[in-house]
Design a protein around this ligand. Sequence first.
Ligand SMILES: Nc1ncnc2c1ncn2[C@@H]1O[C@H](COP(=O)(O)OP(=O)(O)OP(=O)(O)O)[C@@H](O)[C@H]1O
Ligand SMILES: [Mg+2]
Length: 272
Amino acid sequence: MTTVLDFHNVTVRRGTKNIIDDVTWQVNDNERWVILGHNGAGKTTLMQLASTRMHPTSGTVDILGERLGRVDVFELRPRVGLASAALAERIPSDERVLDVVLTAAYGITGRWREEYDDFDRDRARDLMRAFGVEHLEERHYGTLSEGERKRTLIARALMADPEVLLLDEPAAGLDLGGREELVAALSELAGFEAAPVLVLVTHHVEEIPPGFTHLLLLKDGGVHAAGPISEVLTDENLSSAFGVPLAVTNTQGRYQAIASERLNRFVGGHAR
Ligand SMILES: Nc1ncnc2c1ncn2[C@@H]1O[C@H](COP(=O)(O)OP(=O)(O)OP(=O)(O)O)[C@@H](O)[C@H]1O
Ligand SMILES: [Mg+2]
């Protein structure tokens, strides 16, 4: 077992506020993590740190055995895939969809140009097929729907064959069918032994793909609870993390969370 992400007493200070507050968190190579937390809890900031795009104010962040602040982040970056809204905004709207995926591979290998192109074009198409966007390869990125963009960005993030894949709200904006397809694709990915270590930020327990193993609950920049999903995803932890009484259920490997008063009504109003 190798530690892939190792955060030790990490704080990120902005103005007078610690937007990440003394976070100690470890991700090992056989784990697939979900991060849940209220708006502003610090999820995206944590992904910024884990993807080498931000440095902590204090504490240490080790990524794939390299310490932020000591390593050349441009060497480390290709080993960490990231799909996020901030990154999506930087893609020119007139870029061809196939190129959006392909360009993620540029500069990573020094193979002979033509061989490099053939190899990578095949890989890009395979990934686009896996995420259901292969028919869009000639379209301009700016013409894609929200869901099509999200899936293209995941294919792009996987293009460089990263050792860690960070997904910041990949299901936001997807319709029900698109969400279910994405959850199924991530569940399948989670099952591959050779898959990168996965970290998925989401707002909805319904979006936790079967096969994900661990949960980090963030609250006000700090770790509210962390560990195996079955231990951490409890009514108590979720309710206190979101400040609302919530009840969690699991049906056929998928989670659901609803306000617990409503659940009480379903079961005849008995105290739980
Ligand atoms: N540069 C900054 N200066 C001041 N505050 C900041 C800065 N960047 C982020 N924040 C604040 O830090 C907090 C955490 O932001 P972050 O984007 O990590 O939250 P999040 O958990 O991803 O939220 P959401 O669920 O809404 O995406 C927020 O309150 C945000 O306003
Ligand atoms: Mg966010």
